[in-house]
Design a binder for this molecule. Structure first.
Ligand code: WTA
Length: 636
């Protein structure tokens, strides 16, 4: 098929040009996708690197997600979520059901004193009650801080201390690969350690778990069937909706703060553009609510649009690797959105697990969280989509709120491995150290050159860090922290992080968090971790540790390895698994004491000395050379 013409593509590209050249006019139109109590006075205001969207606009996120469908629409009895879990429980929850539950929970929270601006920590697995919790907090104009249920006590405590959360919502347990995972015991520990917590709402699942001890701070929730109505608290567009902690280059996780108006406008529009979801969709985004993907595309965007979603509380390959495909068949999923890690895991099993299921309901497939290798892309296209479904590779971040680079569904021709072009209103480029656009196919830094409504407000309690991390490398442009290339068609391919963030199975983990967890083991003096490529998980963690002198004899004790792994599991949570541990006498450092992590990585990957001397910013060549030789010797 030669000489093809794409008039819609031309039209779209023209429209895109218009959107970025008339940014405010463009977003002024798009903002009507959600209902407002009062229209904004100004689309955009800026003060240096701080941006405000839809200033003067008034709204409430739970009204946007629920009430509008109950009162103004025909959606009242429409299914908001189908839910299933590993032990075979199923639920079908209409918009009205969800609305009732949210009002009842909001009443409980409000009676306990939760009000506008309070931070409520949510430590829940991916289920209906978790979504109800987020919306109930939003109904009161309070700010939720969801902590992934695969994290454990240290992660929870760090987030409580930083956000000054006084309330927690949790549940007794969850299920993972046939096991009951206790969540309450982590919260028991938190309230014994940290006295400022006023109350903990505990969803009692009533099955497979016996509540033995109950601190008086607990308020047990058995059901949400009451007849309460709580007025949605009117907030400003720029008021925060939630804080979500994520890992950065150094230091503790940062509390990424998102506003209400800009965020909701952005996620609702982008879900429509990228996936073309519609009234008859059964949308399945497999992300957990503990990550941004769950916030934006399991909760806020689908509900704002009034579509039907499916959620599953359990592991993808339990009891066997056909589970997800069976669910797609059963619920007739129309758009399916997952991570390359999950796909790579399925690729290693025989195709029979897939082929025995009818996946013909699928219309669009999506990918997120890490670069998707072209082979995986093609496998997904052929085996899951039967060559009939576009693959929408969406590049974005916790900080960006929603999709930034992704093929506009049905219009942008696809290239395996490429996130393709920026969405309307988004200006992305790949630049060198000086900020000049690089030549086609040359590696550089991805930057965003104009503001967009989904952008973070700031880092909670830390405006300086916000400016320093995101806005200081290239003045006036948002620094992403990813490497990328742009090809001759302007298509963007992502090449992974340019900083010390590790992406395990698409989960964003900071070196600092893991290192400080390792140091909780009292035999360890120093630790450094790096991410190394892994065929399935994208990256895995390798750790270098130095034993304290008095424990030096443990060097030859094989138990030390499992002991360290166990410490990390307990402190950070089961999501962080250390693949290999190397015991060394010292860590390579620059004069100023910075660990040369890139050197550690280079040695692990078997790179030559010539390739590594320029890797470390602050180190002299001779320092790097010496460290390199020493490390190679130590690893022999
Ligand atoms: C990576 C997840 C390649 C990237 C939504 C980014 C991707 C980080 C893609 C943000 C993609 C996300 N292709 N890489 N389609 N999507 N990433 O905050 O390195 O958990 O900076 O947000 O994930 O991770 P976060």
């Amino acid at each position: 098929m030669k000489n093809l013409y794409y008039p819609y593509l031309n039209k779209y590209l023209k429209f895109y040009e218009w959107s970025v050249n008339n940014l405010e006019e463009f977003w002024n139109l798009q903002a009507n996708i959600i209902p407002w109590f009062k229209k904004w006075d100004r689309v955009l205001e800026s003060d240096g690197n701080f941006y405000k969207w839809f200033v003067g606009g008034l709204l409430n996120a739970s009204y946007v997600c629920l009430d509008q469908h109950i009162f103004n629409n025909f959606n009242k009895d429409k299914v908001a979520y189908y839910y299933e879990n590993e032990i075979g429980e199923t639920k079908s929850v209409s918009y009205y059901d969800l609305y009732i539950m949210v009002n009842n929970l909001a009443k409980v929270l409000s009676d306990l004193g939760v009000s506008k601006g309070d931070v409520v920590l949510i430590y829940m697995p991916l289920n209906i009650e978790a979504i109800v919790s987020m919306l109930a907090v939003a109904r009161l104009g309070a700010i939720h801080s969801v902590v992934f249920s695969g994290f454990s006590t240290k992660a929870i405590l760090d987030r409580i201390i930083d956000s000054k959360a006084k309330y927690i919502i949790t549940t007794t347990h969850t299920y993972r690969k046939g096991k009951v995972v206790d969540l309450k015991s982590n919260i028991d520990f938190i309230i014994s350690e940290y006295k400022d917590i006023k109350n903990v709402l505990l969803f009692d699942r009533k099955k497979d778990y016996e509540i033995k001890e109950l601190d008086p701070k607990y308020v047990v929730i058995k059901d949400l069937n009451g007849y309460n109505y709580i007025n949605p608290v009117i907030v400003e567009s720029t008021d925060p909706l939630f804080v979500l902690y994520t890992s950065g280059t150094t230091g503790k996780p940062k509390g990424i703060l998102h506003s209400t108006g800009g965020y909701l406008v952005y996620v609702a529009n982008t879900l429509k553009w990228a996936f073309n979801v519609g009234y008859d969709s059964v949308w399945w985004c497999t992300a957990d609510i503990g990550w941004i993907t769950g916030h934006s595309y399991v909760v806020y965007a689908p509900l704002a649009l009034g579509i039907t979603s499916f959620i599953y509380e359990g592991a993808p390959d339990y009891p066997d690797p056909s589970k997800w495909w069976a669910l797609i068949e059963k619920y007739k999923i129309t758009e399916f959105y997952t991570s390359p890690t999950a796909l790579r895991m399925f690729m290693k099993y025989p195709l029979d697990y897939i082929k025995k299921h009818d996946l013909s309901s699928l219309r669009v497939l999506g990918s997120v969280g890490e670069p998707i290798n072209p082979e995986v892309w093609v496998w997904y296209f052929e085996n899951i989509g039967n060559k009939l479904c576009p693959i929408i590779d969406t590049w974005w971040q916790t900080e960006t709120g929603g999709f930034m680079i992704a093929p506009f569904m049905g219009i942008i021709p696809l290239k395996p491995g490429f996130a393709s072009l920026p969405l309307p209103g988004v200006v992305a480029d790949v630049v060198d150290e000086q900020g000049n656009s690089v030549k086609p196919n040359e590696k550089g830094y991805l930057v965003i050159k104009k503001p967009w409504p989904g952008m973070m407000k700031t880092i909670l309690n830390n405006n300086e860090m916000y400016e320093q991390v995101y806005w200081s490398k290239f003045k006036g442009w948002y620094y992403v922290g990813d490497y990328a290339i742009k090809d001759e068609d302007g298509y963007i391919q992502l090449l992974g992080r340019a900083d010390e963030v590790i992406k395990i199975a698409g989960h964003r983990i900071g070196t600092f968090e893991v290192e400080s967890a390792i140091l909780e083991n009292n035999k360890i003096a120093e630790a450094a971790v790096v991410g190394v490529p892994d065929e399935i998980k994208g990256e895995v963690i390798n750790a270098f540790v130095v034993l304290k002198q008095e424990f030096a004899n443990y060097k030859d004790d094989p138990n030390i390895f499992s002991e360290i792994k166990q410490t990390v599991r307990e402190v950070v949570g089961p999501v962080v698994v250390i693949d290999k541990i190397f015991i060394v006498d010292k860590l390579p450092k620059t004069r100023s004491g910075k660990i040369m992590r890139r050197l550690l990585k280079a040695v692990l990957l078997g790179k030559e000395l010539g390739d590594v001397t320029t890797l470390e910013d602050e180190a002299s060549i001779s320092e790097v050379k010496n460290a390199y030789e020493e490390l190679k010797k130590a690893l022999k």
